[in-house]
Design a protein around this ligand. Structure first.
Ligand SMILES: NC(=O)c1ccc[n+]([C@@H]2O[C@H](COP(=O)([O-])OP(=O)(O)OC[C@H]3O[C@@H](n4cnc5c(N)ncnc54)[C@H](O)[C@@H]3O)[C@@H](O)[C@H]2O)c1
Length: 251
């Protein structure tokens, strides 16, 4: 049986930990060669680096150090993907951070730090991918990591919600702009997922969990399954979509 991404080359930012790590591993299981682009190689919650796990399972992956807030770094990671695998078929702009503060306590430094990673990183990651994908006869698929915070408000999360709202609508705009060039652009909107971001960085987790009809946190592997759908031919007529996986929180 051939994998659902056989022969594809994918770049996943923030893929050393959490959701990005699960996406990179899932894509590799389905036959994709994967560039793991992150500011750190070691996973935030421990374990072997993502590219080593992929290779140990018989897959193809490389680690590239990349700070998504620097467009030059993202372009270098795209170039490294082309050099190693010959194309860029799937770009996952996943890297992101959270800082929960009431708006009155937010400084310009907080704002610049979070927006540079969560919104500027996705914006210029998309631009770098589009430049390459437009030259490819088969186009490509871009998947941007938004959140339930991209479609509703969350307590003390003005920075995060602003950035993810931008990702949500950037995704729609790019789908309109790039559809004629064979590039599909979709977003993932997870609810509470058990990663270092929620386990170590977050403080509104209990509020979200208590309002989640399925009554539990999601797992990164469940985000990865949704990403696989958006990356594969099974979603060939899907673009501009924000796909929610939140256990019913926003239902
Ligand atoms: N965990 C959740 O509940 C949840 C829900 C909705 C959306 N998300 C989104 O999923 C994405 C991944 O989050 P996660 O929960 O896996 O978090 P995580 O902290 O477990 O993993 C994030 C990864 O991104 C990397 N990273 C951080 N800054 C970076 C930068 N400047 N350049 C490159 N890499 C960088 C980190 O090193 C880390 O490996 C984020 O965009 C986040 O907003 C998470």
């Amino acid at each position: 049986m051939t994998g659902r991404l056989e022969g594809a080359a994918a770049l996943v930012t923030g893929a050393s930990s959490g959701n990005g790590r699960a996406i990179a591993r899932r894509f590799a299981e389905e036959g994709a060669a994967v560039t793991v682009a992150d500011i750190r190689e070691d996973p935030r919650l421990g374990g072997d680096p993502t590219h080593e796990l992929v290779e140990a399972a018989g897959g193809d992956a490389q680690f590239v150090e990349c700070d998504v807030s620097d467009p030059d770094d993202i372009r270098a990671a795209v170039d490294a993907t082309i050099d190693a695998y010959g194309s860029l078929d799937v770009m996952v702009n996943n890297a992101g951070v959270e800082r929960q503060l009431p708006i009155g306590d937010v400084t310009e430094e907080d704002y610049a730090w979070l927006m540079d990673i969560n919104l500027k990183g996705v914006y210029f990651g998309s631009q770098a991918a589009i430049d390459v994908m437009r030259e490819q006869s088969e186009g490509g698929a871009i998947i941007n990591m938004s959140s339930i915070a991209g479609i509703r408000g969350l307590e003390n999360s003005s920075l995060y919600c602003t950035s993810k709202g931008g990702v949500t609508n950037l995704t729609r705009e790019l789908a309109v702009e790039q559809g004629p060039h064979g590039i599909r652009v979709n977003a993932l909107n997870p609810g509470f997922i058990e990663t270092a971001m929620t386990v170590e960085d977050g403080d509104t987790a209990d509020g979200i969990l208590s309002q989640t009809p399925l009554g539990r946190a999601g797992q990164p592997e469940e985000v990865a399954d949704a990403a696989l759908f958006l990356a594969s031919e099974e979603s060939s007529f899907v673009t501009g979509h924000n796909l929610v996986m939140d256990g019913g929180f926003t239902a």
